[in-house]
Design a protein around this ligand. Structure first.
Ligand code: ADP
Length: 247
């Protein structure tokens, strides 16, 4: 696989220049002995919210893992426009809730990519952690153990960890799954604010409402890209009824 970092821009059909944050061409990826993604060619627009949608097992998490650099594509090209390395917020369920970590320690780990692990953070980095926690409304949970928090609180702590990485490209795996409507709306609104402030956000989601409010959708089924574009073009009743198995 080829990975490139460069400055990329295209002209949209409307004529406006819209930059691309990531572009992938003919990407194949999966796990040992288990090919999952097949020939994915797509674009992640810069400074926008992109939703990866599709039924369970369609390859959303795998694609996010490739974008995050934690899964290697077996072939194809992945091109990043200039910017920082992506920040990745994994699925809440993938993070052990029995880890003996406080909320603050969890968010501090977001600084490890730049500083290395298990270091006392310099003041500048502590300020980054403080502001990420305040932004997510979890500053008052600092000393609580991760495992004691509600699903919505734990999710906000994990997003704060992503924010503490100070990347302009934030990747989230199912950030609203399993949360009550209030917690879901809170996170959706926060992600919209981050986009307005200049972050490119990509979220894998089951939540059709969140997908409908995104700027762009990539619809996957069986590891293939079925459609990409604005939600009203991608999430049509016909397309959804063809591929979606209600859960
Ligand atoms: P989604 O996020 O859309 O639910 P995933 O990317 O998690 O889909 O999974 C796509 C396919 O890859 C599924 O068939 C799943 O069983 C398989 N898969 C996911 N993770 C692994 C893994 N670590 N090892 C082997 N197969 C995996």
């Amino acid at each position: 696989m080829t990975i490139m970092f460069n400055n990329n821009a295209t002209t949209s059909p409307g004529g406006a220049r819209r930059s691309e944050r990531v572009r992938f061409d003919d990407l194949d990826a999966g796990y040992p002995g288990r090919p999952v993604l097949h020939q994915i060619s797509a674009v992640i627009p810069a400074l926008a919210m992109t939703a990866l949608v599709g039924p369970n097992g369609s390859g959303k998490s795998t694609l996010l893992g490739v974008l995050a650099g934690v899964i290697d594509a077996t072939s194809g090209q992945l091109r990043y426009a200039e910017g920082s390395p992506p920040a990745f917020v994994p699925q809440r369920g993938a993070v052990g809730d029995t880890l003996p970590l406080t909320a603050r320690q969890t968010v501090e780990m977001g600084r490890w990519g730049e500083l290395g692990p298990w270091r006392r953070l310099p003041r500048r980095d502590r300020t980054v952690v403080d502001s990420a926690m305040e932004r997510l409304g979890v500053a008052d949970l600092s000393d609580r153990q991760l495992g004691e928090l509600s699903g919505g609180q734990r999710q906000r702590v994990l997003i704060a960890q992503g924010l503490a990485q100070r990347s302009d490209l934030l990747l989230l795996d199912e950030p609203t799954t399993g949360l009550d409507p209030e917690a879901r709306n809170r996170i959706t609104a926060l992600l919209a604010d981050l986009v307005a402030d200049g972050t490119t956000v990509v979220q894998a989601t089951h939540d059709l409402e969140a997908a409908r409010s995104a700027d762009a959708c990539l619809l996957l089924a069986d590891g293939r890209l079925i459609r990409q574009g604005p939600p009203e073009e991608v999430l049509t009743a016909t397309t959804l009824s063809r591929i979606w198995q209600p859960v």
